[in-house]
Design a protein around this ligand. Structure first.
Ligand SMILES: [Fe+2]
Ligand SMILES: [Fe+2]
Length: 335
């Protein structure tokens, strides 16, 4: 059984498991389950009262993009990824990931309800601000292709379209844009502000690191099984899609930081975006493009790719549910 293709009635047996990494990721994702209301955001309201207008703008601007973005990821998984995979273990993982994206959307709704925000005004930003519209248009361009009847997943062109959409949604949106936004969100906690909001972002980030690992494994396995896709031309095209995504984020960061806030400005965040994009290129086996160093070294604990690679071996001391089932030591929830 191949990974990519239209699932047939026979493709419903989990055993023998062919893509164990997908099943392992599913089990890890289940252990990572969390619920937004476990976090008491009210404690952060005192910090909010003391924050500057520029700092508040940054938080609102992040929420304006993240909230709809979670649902856009789900649309891409439902319309552009799930229907074109045959593997039951991949379907299991995607079902859990889709619940997580829904959970992230609800978590950000909880932020919008708890902070003194005008929800409608914030939510409308993603329909008005050109840099946000450009990010959504970038994703939709690839996603819409996946829904067209002319797409034939059995052809080289169809498989290329699948990879293009996966790179845009998984590598760029989840693996680069989200990491940049989370870095900004967590920078408040670095300065001892919005610590509970920071805990929530940490849990979202932990989920996203698995989403990214699933996407990267998926791309590698599909390329391995479809050697006809391994051309220099297609590799350059993938690289170009990622660079185009970085350009979208650089334009967005200008609007996120019209002037800059304490210890953070658009240049700093752009450098981080470029650093992360280089990591993603390397993870896909492509050469680096930016050669930027990590300006936010304090983030490496949360996002380091080597941590991702060693995820299953690592002693995970953070909150996990169903720890007994995995043979891991049950730990208490601590942030
Ligand atoms: Fe998410
Ligand atoms: Fe995600």
């Amino acid at each position: 059984m191949a990974l990519i293709g239209k699932a047939s009635p026979e493709d419903v047996s989990l055993h023998p498991i062919k893509y164990k990494w997908a099943y392992d990721l599913y089990n890890q994702a289940v252990r990572n389950t969390w619920f937004p209301h476990e976090i008491t955001l009210k404690d952060d309201l005192q910090d909010w009262a003391k924050m500057t207008d520029d700092e508040r703008h940054a938080v609102k601007f992040l929420m304006a993009f993240f909230n709809p973005a979670e649902l856009i990821v789900n649309r891409s998984l439902a319309l552009g990824v799930y229907p074109y995979l045959k593997s039951p273990e991949c379907h299991l993982y995607l079902a859990k990931q889709m619940w997580e994206e829904a959970n992230h959307c609800v978590a950000f709704e909880y932020v919008l309800e708890t902070f003194p925000f005008d929800r409608e005004k914030i939510f409308d930003l993603h329909l008005e601000i050109p840099s946000m519209l450009a990010k959504e248009a970038y994703i939709n361009k690839y996603l819409i292709r996946m829904t067209e009847e002319s797409l034939d997943i059995t052809t080289i062109d169809g498989k290329k379209d699948f990879i293009r959409n996966l790179v845009a949604t998984n590598i760029v949106m989840e693996g680069t844009w989200f990491y940049s936004g989370f870095m900004v969100a967590l920078s408040f906690r670095q300065r001892n502000q919005l610590r509970n909001f920071g805990s929530m972002i940490n849990w979202v980030l932990r989920d996203e690191s698995l989403h990214l690992q699933f996407g990267i494994n998926l791309i590698h396995n599909i390329l391995e099984e479809n050697a006809e896709l391994l051309t220099e031309e297609f590799a350059n095209e993938i690289r170009q899609i990622i660079i185009e995504g970085v350009n979208c984020e650089i334009a967005y960061n200008k609007d996120l930081f019209p002037t800059g806030i304490l210890g953070l400005n658009a240049d700093y965040v752009n450098q981080y975006v470029q650093y992360v994009a280089d990591r993603r290129l390397e993870e896909l086996g492509l050469p680096k493009y930016y050669n930027s160093t990590n300006p936010a070294k304090w983030m490496s604990g949360a996002t380091d790719v080597y941590e991702l690679v060693n995820f299953f071996e690592a002693q995970n001391t953070s909150y996990e549910v169903d720890g007994h089932a995995s043979g891991k030591v049950e730990t208490t929830k601590a942030e």
